[in-house]
Each structure stands twice: as structure tokens, then as C-alpha cells.
Design a protein around this ligand. Structure first.
Ligand SMILES: C[S@@+](CC[C@H](N)C(=O)[O-])C[C@H]1O[C@@H](n2cnc3c(N)ncnc32)[C@H](O)[C@@H]1O
Length: 552
């Protein structure tokens, strides 16, 4: 079946299982152009797409190099038939490339162009993922992209080029380490394009393009495009991505900031990021003025994960019949992302969680016999709760929360922030609420325990740096894990990198004083002052730290 732009129409189920997200024509053209630019070859070239779908990428190559010899594979019979009809003369085979790839001759291709299937471990299934990991020497959590990328270096002749379109998650996530290691160690990366939230691609993941050569590459070019609030802009996105300077472009009704620089990468366990000489100078300044990074001071924990939220979490427990409203000591206020504002202490949380643990430092469940109403309520949901077999398999009770965290750590003050938010929203909770799994938190006494600092001062220093324009910019430049519409992910891996200035300096003391004042009411002039002072603490001019480029 053929849909828009001549593509096959694919059902949602097949799409998920086999990672079917066909490349739009314009993006296919861009990928083919960039990949062919990097290829030094005059005669006819041999080109492989190991998961060719309906042949869009091969067709894009053929438009630019009509003499190219095209080879494609795909699992899907309909896609293979469409490709064959569309690309007469090409060799298109129906096969599982993870099975047949190894039988292809080494160095057989001048160009491999691919948008490999993105299928996560959960969908692949644990056994299939383990088999692929062992076969292709992969580590950690894999998706189907990883084995595809692992096979490519062997297939490229020396000087041959890979044009890869994949999820941009590999740039920043821990799970992306396989792809970063494969590209970084077995090929020479020439160009990286983080296409951000441009929606050039209908898939739920945000796309990236990588052009790499089988050989050494000098400094790799890096360009990214993310939506911003401004409206005045013109120009073509693809031109902007390959231009020498930063720019803003308008696509449809939205404007994107296109940043251009080079690829900075450290060990494969660190994110890949865009850098410029000016950024490097600034980051050196920041490092020189960093007293500690947050991750060295305290554990940054995610909130609780019940794996049965409708049972454990409610806003209106009192609406239940009285005999089944759990005892008040087991119903704890629960902070969710909706309760969190930057600076200000959270108000009373809307929801309460049934938290069946004793107030002890280690996890110990309550005796349900002593809480008959909670027992009645949980008993009513027993089938659902006991269906979570991983709990009982781990030697736990059927009525437990999957990740309850440490019960006694809820009482002392803690820094809390939502996992996903366009702007940083760090606050301090002093009311002993439990934190939900859509937020992260840092125990204030733990934070200060490895230092001589006053816990509350240190907590306010963290708040100020994290909530400042400096913090958001640092986040973007160093971690850069953004989702659609400028939403950032504030997770342990990234928040742990946040630098803190020496708390004993006068500027840090002033920052702490202002952060305390902001907890009493957010005054934009004070926020600007904190922005400026945090910049000063790290040797950054004001223009570099103020203003978050987040779409409204
Ligand atoms: C993201 S789509 C890309 C298709 C095409 N290259 C494009 O860019 O439009 C991924 C393709 O991989 C195919 N596929 C999934 N698993 C495969 C496997 N193990 N071997 C070969 N193809 C596979 C799917 O059928 C789908 O057509």
C-alpha cells in the first residue's frame, strides 16, 4: 500500500515492532547530499541501505548519482516490493540484516546510507536483546539501531562513508554509549546534525544525522536546531545547518535557533556536545571556578515509582467508603511535577500516596494487621497488585511500592525538581512530603554531610545555580538532552554535572541571601540579580547568562 509521498502505509503495530519510520523526501535528500559530499570517488559507487523500507534513501542517492549501484535489505515484503518497483536495477532483498549482514564481503561498499530501525529492548524482548548484544559486542541497554551500526564499519571500504539517520538520544544518553563508541572508535566522524524538535520526522524520537568515514577524520562539524520563541527569521533549515555561522530560521509557524560548531566528545560514557572555541574558553573559566560538582556532594534520587499509581496515589481518598480509607499515618502528601515551582516552597500537594512503610532508615513494610482499613483497601486491589510478579520475585510483599526510596529521608528538607520541564524548577521542600517518580530530589543533610557548609546555605546555593540562566545554559551546552518544544530532562546524570562556586566567597554568600529572599516571593529583578551574580561567580559576563531560549 502506498501513502503520502509515495511511501508504504504501515500499521502501528508493525511500526513499533520493526521500528518503521520512513524518511521524508527532503530529509533523505539532505542525508544523501551530506554523505556523498564526504565521499571521494569518481567512478560508479556501490551503496547499501541495510533497512531500506520503501527505498527513499537509495532513491535520494540515485537522484544525485544515477550511476550508483544500489543494494537494499528489509524484513518487510511489501516494502521490498515497493523498493524493487521504484528502483529498477537495484538489488533489493527481503532479509533480516542482523542475520545476513555478516555474509556480505568486507569493504564491499563506498557508501552505507541508513535510517536503521529504532526498536527498544522492551519491544525487542530481553532474550532477543541479549542475543544481539552478545553477537555484536554491545553493552548496557540496546535498541535495534546498535547492531545495525555495529555491522557497518566492516562493510565500508577504506575512505567509504556512512550516512546515518537515527534518534538523537544516542548523543546524550547512557544507553547511547554503544553508538558513540562505535562511531567514535571504528569510524571518523565528519558531521553531526542534531535536528532537535524540528519535527522533520514523524517518529516520536528526535532525529540526528551523522556522516562518518572509514578512516580518520579531522575535527567533526556539529550543528543543532531547536525551537525558540522569537518570530523574526527567514531562510532554509538545511542551508542553515550547513552554514558557517549560527542563525535563526523559520519552518512553518515555528522558529529554530541553528547553532553551529564542532563536536566535543570525551570518553564514550560522556555525552557528545556542540562546542566552539568561545564555549571552550568559557567552560575552562567555569571549571577553574568550580568548587564542587553537585553529583560529588550528594545522591540525586528519582522519586517513588509505584508501578500501580491508580491504586497508591489519589487526590481524594476521603471519597472512598470510610472503612476503606487507609489510616492517616500511611497516607503521605506526594509532590508531583505539578506542585513544583522554581524558588518558592511547594504548596500543600494535591495528591497523597498510600506509603506502606515504617519510618525506618531501611525499607520495612508496615504490618497490615495493625492497619485494617489500609488492609481492606489494598485487599480490594490485590489481584492487580499481586500481578506485579517482579515484586514477589524479588522477595517483596505484594502490596509494596516498586521503588519506595528511603522512608526516613522524606522528613528532613530536600531539594526537589521535576524531571521534565522547559525551565529549571528547583525548590526546597521542608514539609516532609514524599516525592513522586516524575521528580528528582536531593536530601539537604546528605548534601552538606561531606562539607563544612551550613546545610541550608548550601541548599540555597544549589537552588540559585540550578534555577539561574547560567544553570540552564550550562545544561544546554554540556548535557543538551532536550525533548519537543524546549522541554529539558533534569535527571541525575545531568544535574550531577552542575558546578557550584566556592560557598565561602562573598559573591556566593550574596547569592545565598538572594535565593532565600526569592523563596519568600519571586521578584523578576531579584531573579535577574541572581542570574548576574551566578555568572560573576563563574567568571561569565552577564550577556552570557541571562535569558533562557525556551519557546513559550
Ligand atoms: C526506520 S525504517 C527506515 C526505512 C528507510 N530506510 C527509510 O529511511 O525510509 C526501518 C526499516 O527497517 C526495517 N527492519 C526492521 N528490522 C529489520 C531487520 N532486522 N533487518 C532488515 N530490516 C529491518 C523495517 O521494516 C523498516 O522498513
Amino acid at each position: 500500500m502506498v501513502g503520502e509521498e509515495g511511501h508504504c502505509v504501515v500499521t502501528t503495530d508493525v511500526r513499533k515492532r520493526h521500528g518503521v519510520h520512513y524518511t521524508p523526501v527532503a530529509l533523505a535528500g539532505f542525508l544523501a547530499r551530506q554523505a556523498l559530499c564526504g565521499l571521494a570517488a569518481t567512478g560508479p559507487i556501490t551503496v547499501l541501505d541495510p533497512a531500506c523500507g520503501d527505498g527513499e534513501l537509495l532513491a535520494a542517492v540515485a537522484r544525485l548519482r544515477p550511476d550508483a549501484e544500489l543494494v537494499g535489505f528489509d524484513l518487510d515484503a511489501d516494502a521490498v516490493a515497493t523498493s524493487r518497483a521504484r528502483l529498477p536495477g537495484a538489488r533489493i532483498e527481503q532479509a533480516d540484516f542482523t542475520e545476513v549482514g555478516a555474509a556480505l564481503a568486507a569493504s564491499a561498499f563506498d557508501l552505507v546510507i541508513t535510517n536503521p530501525p529504532y526498536v527498544r529492548t522492551q519491544v525487542l524482548g530481553g532474550a532477543a536483546a541479549a542475543r544481539l548484544s552478545a553477537k555484536f559486542g554491545l553493552r548496557g541497554r540496546i535498541d535495534l539501531t546498535h547492531p545495525f551500526v555495529a555491522m557497518i564499519p566492516r562493510l565500508l571500504r577504506p575512505g567509504g562513508v556512512l550516512g546515518l539517520l537515527c534518534s538523537n538520544r544516542f548523543l546524550t544518553t547512557r544507553a547511547g554509549m554503544n553508538v558513540r563508541a562505535l562511531l567514535g572508535e571504528r569510524l571518523g566522524v565528519r558531521e553531526v546534525f542534531d535536528l532537535g524538535d524540528t519535527r522533520l520526522f514523524e517518529a516520536a524520537v528526535l532525529p540526528a544525522v551523522v556522516v562518518a568515514v572509514n578512516g580518520d577524520a579531522e575535527v567533526a562539524r556539529y550543528a543543532s536546531a531547536y525551537q525558540i520563541a522569537e518570530e523574526a527569521a527567514a531562510g532554509d533549515l538545511f542551508d542553515a545547518l550547513t552554514a558557517a555561522d549560527d542563525s535563526a530560521v523559520r519552518v512553518g509557524t515555528r522558529t529554530f535557533a541553528v547553532s553551529v560548531g564542532t563536536l566535543a566528545r570525551g570518553e564514550p560514557d560522556r555525552p557528545w556536545r556542540l562546542t566552539t572555541p568561545e564555549r571552550e574558553r568559557r567552560h575552562t573559566d567555569i571549571r577553574d571556578r568550580t568548587w564542587r560538582v553537585l553529583g560529588d556532594l550528594a545522591k540525586i534520587r528519582v522519586g517513588i515509582k509505584t508501578t500501580a499509581d491508580p491504586v497508591f496515589i489519589r487526590e481524594h481518598w476521603e471519597e472512598l467508603p470510610a472503612a476503606r480509607v487507609p489510616e492517616p499515618e500511611l497516607l503521605r502528601p506526594l509532590l508531583t511535577h505539578e506542585d513544583i515551582r522554581a524558588w518558592l516552597p511547594p504548596g500543600p500537594p494535591r495528591a497523597r500516596v498510600l506509603y506502606p512503610y515504617q519510618d525506618l532508615p531501611t525499607r520495612a513494610v508496615v504490618d497490615l494487621a495493625e492497619h485494617p482499613r489500609a488492609a481492606a483497601y489494598l485487599g480490594e486491589h490485590r489481584e492487580r497488585l499481586a500481578g506485579r510478579r517482579y515484586l514477589t520475585a524479588a522477595g517483596r510483599e505484594w502490596f509494596e511500592i516498586w521503588v519506595p526510596q528511603r522512608p526516613t529521608l522524606w522528613r528532613p528538607p530536600k531539594i526537589v525538581f521535576p524531571d521534565i520541564s522547559p525551565e529549571p524548577r528547583f525548590t526546597i521542600d521542608r514539609d516532609g512530603a514524599v516525592v513522586n517518580g516524575d521528580c528528582y530530589w536531593i536530601s539537604v543533610p546528605e548534601l552538606a554531610s561531606r562539607t563544612d557548609e551550613h546545610p541550608d546555605d548550601l541548599a540555597h546555593l544549589v537552588l540559585a545555580v540550578a534555577n539561574s540562566g547560567f544553570g540552564a545554559r550550562f545544561y544546554d551546552e554540556v548535557c543538551g538532552n532536550r525533548l519537543y518544544a524546549g522541554r529539558r530532562r533534569w535527571i541525575t546524570q545531568y544535574v550531577g554535572l552542575l558546578p557550584l562556586p566556592d560557598p565561602t566567597t562573598p559573591v556566593a554568600r550574596e547569592i545565598v541571601r538572594l535565593a532565600r529572599e526569592l523563596a519568600g516571593g519571586v521578584d523578576p529583578a531579584l531573579v535577574a540579580e541572581v542570574d548576574e551574580l551566578v555568572g560573576v561567580a563563574f567568571g561569565q559576563p552577564a550577556a552570557q547568562v541571562i535569558g533562557l531560549s525556551t519557546p513559550s
